[in-house]
Design a protein around this ligand. Sequence first.
Ligand code: SF4
Length: 439
Amino acid sequence: MNQRVLLVNPWIYDFSAYDFWLKPIGLLFLANSLRKQGFEVRFLDLVDNSSLPLEIKAHLKKRADGRGKFYAEEVSKPAPLKSIPRRFKRYGVPPKIAEQIIQQIPSPSAIFLGTTMTYWCYGYRETIRFLREKFPKIPIIAGGLYVTICAEHSRNNLGADFYCAGDYEQNLKPILKELFGFEAELLSPEALKLPLELYSKLEYGIVLTGRGCPYHCKYCLSSKLHPKLKRKPVEMVIDEIIWQGKELGLQNIAFYDDALLLEPEKHILKILEGVVKEKVKLKFHTPNGLHLKPMSQELANLMKRAGFETIRFGLETQDPIRQKELGEKAQLEDLERALGYLKNAGYEPSQIGVYLLAGLPGQTAVEVERDIRAVKKLGARPYLSEYSPIPGTELWEKSLKTARYPIEEPLFQNCSLLPCAHPSLTPQKLTELKALCRD
Ligand code: SF4
């Protein structure tokens, strides 16, 4: 069996987007899983800068740690967003260049499109429209988070031929059977390496050591999608990190886990010991926010020795009542304790980032300011994450009641619109609060 398939990471259409170590991790795992079943896999990442002409790339600022700007072009807004007085853009490779790339790709037997944020749904649709023009007779299968969370909307909006909600390792099998006539054995991400070699050039590596989270924060879907932690064997994680460092020559690696530090003795401590032993010079980044409670002096020391550079914790709020309401994942004392360990390990508290939520239903600007000041008082650097309402979370019903926009439409679930914010948290106020974080 040698069927050729094309996996596509779609364009992003949004008011703003930034490459914060952003790679289509689910689609990459699927690529490897399909390869192991004998499929010939072609991969097209429409937001990857490496296929841009040099004269465009030269203007896109990249940081030494791999983060940077996507190429963007202004486009007209979809009808529901017409009244929003902001510029709307398509992030990624311009269609003309995408066309040239596609001309080099032999016609596949099927196309798989990965989705993530619900409010990027317009970009998914535009990408499918583009692919249809190029490959009119080829079946398109859409999967990923948006297809899982917004089942009805995605089916009405995208124009794909098949929809795979939930985990591909279970739910893609019947679709593959229908298309290719055989029972595929799709390995899960916990049994696979990320096939980063599918990229011709990379600025950074990424690693996912496990999925799921046992906490139940009311604004988050992680525990609903994967209530139990599923993890890759420690040895596999170490090998993958070393492979990215030594074979792919990458110096910066971002962890994608939701619960990297939980049960540290079984997992992260062993991983970091293994990495330190290999003596590969790497810098690690944790854009997803780490749990505070598992921090210990031993863990902080190992993080320093292994090369953790961007450390971000998820506190979300220091207000004890709101913390309790949201799921009690951490308190301010946990942050204070963690900062103490990290300071002993050699970090300056100002190197440690702390995520705080802004724009929760009923959360005033004054409350957000109190959160910022409390984190700053401990010496850490607060970062505001604007709240994005997600269907299926426990906070969804409350979000519907307080929303400024009709958030049943995924385009309005965009966190940058502050869709559920208290009237006191205006865009202007948010800008001031972000400045306060930086001061
Ligand atoms: S701890 Fe983090 S990943 Fe887990 S449920 Fe809460 S927000 Fe989600």
